[in-house]
Design a protein around this ligand. Sequence first.
Ligand code: C2O
Ligand code: CU
Ligand code: CU
Length: 505
Amino acid sequence: MPHLNRRQFLTLSAGAAGTVLLPRCAGNQAATLASPNVITSQAGLLNVSLMARQDRYRIGGQEGQVMSYNGQIPGTRLEARPGDTVKIRFENQLPQATNLHYHGLHIPSTGNADNIFLSIPSNETLDYEFTISNNHPAGTFYYHPHLHGTVAEQIFAGLGGIFVVRGSLDEIPEIQAAQEEFLFLKDFSLDANGQIPTPGHMELMQGREGATLTVNGQINPSFSIPTGGLLRLRIVNASAARFYRLSLEDHPLYLIATDGGAITEPVELQELLLSPGERAEVLVKGDREPKQYRLLNLPYNRSGMGMMGEIGNMGSMGMMHSMNGMGRMGNASVTQSPQLLATLVYQDEVSPIPLPKQLIPVEALPEPTNTRRIELSMAMGTSGMGAGMSMGSGMGMQFLFNGKTFDMNRVDAAVKLGTVEDWELVNSDPDRMDHPFHLHVNSFQIISRNGQPDPYPAWKDTLIVRGNETVRIRIPFQDFAGRTVYHCHILDHEDLGMMGLVEMS
Ligand code: C2O
Ligand code: CU
Ligand code: CU
């Protein structure tokens, strides 16, 4: 295959699914595609420029002011292999400070690598550089901004992109033969002026959601499957707070990878629930009648209580919200009917490809040398809860780990490198809201939920902890010394204090 130059590549990729945000009409202030859609490492080096910027783009039928990397939603897809060096020249053209986080990658959290304590002021540039270790798992990862206090706003505005590590999972013959698509799930909200509305109290409490659901920045894009073939979907929940309960009409989903890479063998699912930050890879079999099928987002109530159950069931906290006119009746996150996300179209035919039988074994972890308990909760009011929120943005709402809001000068968990720990995550939120718990740098395995063993071993970095639930996870702390964080991936909760600091030494 001839080597393509940048311009040729741009032309080719312009028709591919995932290239979005290009105004459909020739336009006045029309934003243009600034760079190719995918950058792949060459000879061991992934070299890329990323520019965060604010611009007017077309989302569905409406033009709005959103934020993007390189003028694309999702941002330029980065693809590397184990052993590669990654160099990212990052330019901040936003009117506010930002930074980059490489969600799920096992790389250092220090220096100019996955260091979320860096802050890049408006109009400044920073060179990120790190190496993907030779034994790094293949998988679907996710880069996004991570400057505490602005994360929800910037992600909700559109910032985010996919980081792929290709490796042994991709070399399994059936997977190699599968057609590959990426689904970057992102909701948007634009007012009549094309501005993203300022979230109210309710949106902050629930986490902000938009009513416009996009896949790769598009409304209801189509993707195709050949009769007899396999389709591999790499799915990223890149929304600030929305959960997706995915179901593909008439087609089971065969799970092959979770956040941290491959599972041991495919697992058949009728639906797939992804909280913000979670990823999954599934295979779809092209063995149905060749017509169109809808990829749906099914209703899911992440506040733990039924809309009506609320009245009879209200705890003191619920009562308080209710008195302030913040009851659950207006819960934006609960819709009653399935929402259309994308359309699967049968196209062409190939000689049948079977599902792979074996993937990559998920090794069992040794018994932990230490166990910690982390309680997830929230509180209302302004009574001296420490350095957290003043009246103002959060209006006294605090989201807490072990009763504390985030303090970047306080180490909450000091762990020894080379050891395995069990963390018991206890959701005691009085509202019984689900909280997706996420840890940087080291992936973990879920041992049990409310004492029940998890059905199959998998590498995770983000997991849902439901209201009243206790989840035990097992974490190997390996390779990289330094400080990083764990937090709720409902990013308003993170910005409102639901984050802790872990120091590995
Ligand atoms: Cu996806 Cu700390 O984040
Ligand atoms: Cu992360
Ligand atoms: Cu939360």
